[in-house]
Design a protein around this ligand. Structure first.
Ligand SMILES: [Zn+2]
Length: 191
């Protein structure tokens, strides 16, 4: 059986103005230089004039302007384009201050009146890493500083730096530095 490619699905969604795809991709029209939501009520562009983007930000970055009828920059789950970098910076600062060590991303997002998904996407788009990865990187920075103090055990370092378990600490540490925290401490005490 023929399996539909994403491209075929997207063209079909545009042709039928399928609301199920609203917010899932952006269609830009090379003939007009404008980008739209799949549900845009404007006249349909020919398939060969369509370009597809994951988000309104991507379409804008490629030089397309937002359609005034369907307002793709405001489409469901998306904030106005220029608000995204600001939001990402704000979230990164909160994570840096330990927001994800004490609570979940959902809780952090709700304090800003936003969905978890929206916050995650904004951070990934602007900073190239998920909120979770930012939080782990932050904990590892703290951990490497704490390991320099020989009076602390590795277990103390794990919990003090914000990890929920020694196992997670060891796994994250190895993934980042390709050695155990103990080996790191030995090496840095020599150096
Ligand atoms: Zn439109």
């Amino acid at each position: 059986m023929h399996e539909q490619t994403d491209l075929e699905r997207w063209h079909h969604a545009v042709n039928t103005r399928d609301a199920a795809y609203d917010g899932r991709f952006i269609v830009a029209l090379v003939s007009t230089g404008i980008y739209c939501r799949p549900v845009c009520p404007s006249r349909l562009a020919r398939p060969e004039n369509r370009r597809f983007f994951a988000t309104a930000v991507d379409a804008a970055a490629a030089g397309f302007r937002a359609c005034r009828r369907c307002r793709p920059e405001l489409c469901p789950g998306e904030a106005p384009v220029d608000a995204v970098p600001r939001l990402a910076k704000h979230v990164a600062a909160r994570i840096s201050a330990g927001a994800l060590d004490r609570g979940s991303l959902r809780e952090l997002a709700s304090t800003m009146g936003m969905s978890e998904r929206h916050v995650r996407r904004a951070v990934e788009r602007e900073l190239g890493a998920s909120p979770k990865r930012l939080a782990v990187a932050q904990r590892l920075r703290r951990a490497t500083a704490l390991l320099a103090d020989p009076r602390r055990t590795v277990t103390q370092v794990a919990y003090t730096s914000g990890f929920q378990s020694l196992r997670r600490f060891n796994a994250a540490f190895r993934a980042q530095f390709a050695m155990s925290p103990t080996a790191w401490r030995r090496r840095s005490s020599r150096g």
